[in-house]
Design a binder for this molecule. Structure first.
Ligand code: CO
Length: 285
């Protein structure tokens, strides 16, 4: 067994997105453009409604998947596939933008809190112009595993024989929400071929001799096991891994394609109201 060491630590940048929402971005910044197959990680966390209440009015995506995990508060959403709803605390939204989706995401607070993550996962070139797709799971559908001071919510992939509901056939995503009691130890086997990162969002963790606080993304190096310890006040983190696609990535804002030409087509399609394909306008039954 080879322990995965820290390869890089990316400190979050405060970025203004949508109609002026402040998010903490790590992946998708100059410090780390991509971690194949992952394109972006935004952590939204605020007790101040002014930071996010303007939300993300109608905006396009093409060429990848957005995976949103609400921790606190909730998010009203609506998209060009006909989905419309309210993603509640602990719930997951998986949206395969593929050939094109236009949607709005409007965060709402509950008891003053609004927290969550949005992860962008790339699609293989052959899937980028495929039909969009959508899955949503409430908190009750997320398996939870308690053992000693370790409490894991399995969003995607497998942990202690529990499988998360989100299934990505292209990149075999593992996505765990791990809560640790003070000084609790956590370890998990990770296939050596997977890209992997973790992101503490409460307390502090130790990996080897290194302490890592919240708002830092840890890129894990090669190996087949991740092991860490919570700090004196405990910790909570997400651990995410996925199979790299090893394909060219050309990104322009909300469009992530394989060539410059495809990006120009995406911009042109959006300007001419063709981003959303006719077949993709049909909502779920
Ligand atoms: Co969006």
């Amino acid at each position: 067994m080879t322990l995965r060491k820290i390869e890089q630590i990316i400190q979050a940048l405060a970025v203004s997105e949508g109609a002026g929402v402040v998010v903490h971005r790590t992946l998708g910044t100059p410090g780390l453009r991509h971690l194949d197959p992952f394109l972006m990680l935004d952590h939204f966390a605020s007790e101040n409604p002014d930071d996010y209440i303007a939300g993300f009015p109608d905006h396009p995506h093409r060429g990848f998947i957005t995976l949103t995990y609400m921790l606190d508060g909730h998010m009203l959403h609506q998209d060009s596939m006909g989905n419309r709803g309210d993603l509640r605390a602990g719930g997951i939204q998986w949206m395969k933008a593929a050939s094109g989706v236009i949607h709005s995401e409007m965060p709402q607070q509950t008891n003053g809190l609004m927290r969550g993550f949005q992860l962008w996962i790339n699609l293989p070139a052959a899937e980028k112009m495929s039909r969009p797709g959508y899955q949503e799971y409430p908190a009750a559908r997320i398996p939870e595993v308690h053992a000693g001071g370790v409490h894991v919510k399995v969003i995607s992939g497998e942990y202690a024989s529990q499988r998360g509901p989100v299934d990505d056939p292209h990149t075999q995503i593992l996505y765990l929400d791990v809560a640790l009691a003070p000084n609790a130890e956590f370890s998990h086997a990770l296939h050596g071929a997977l890209s992997a990162f973790l992101y503490p969002f409460e307390g502090e963790i130790r990996i080897g001799e290194r302490r890592v606080a919240t708002h830092n993304l840890v890129v894990l190096g090669t190996g087949d096991q991740v092991a860490l310890t919570a700090g004196e006040r405990g910790a909570r983190l997400i651990l995410v891994a996925g199979r790299p696609l090893n394909e060219p990535i050309v990104q322009y804002g909300p469009f992530v394609m394989s060539t410059e030409k495809e990006i120009r087509e995406a911009i042109d399609d959006y300007r001419n109201d063709r981003l959303v394909r006719a077949a993709a306008r049909v909502g779920p039954a």
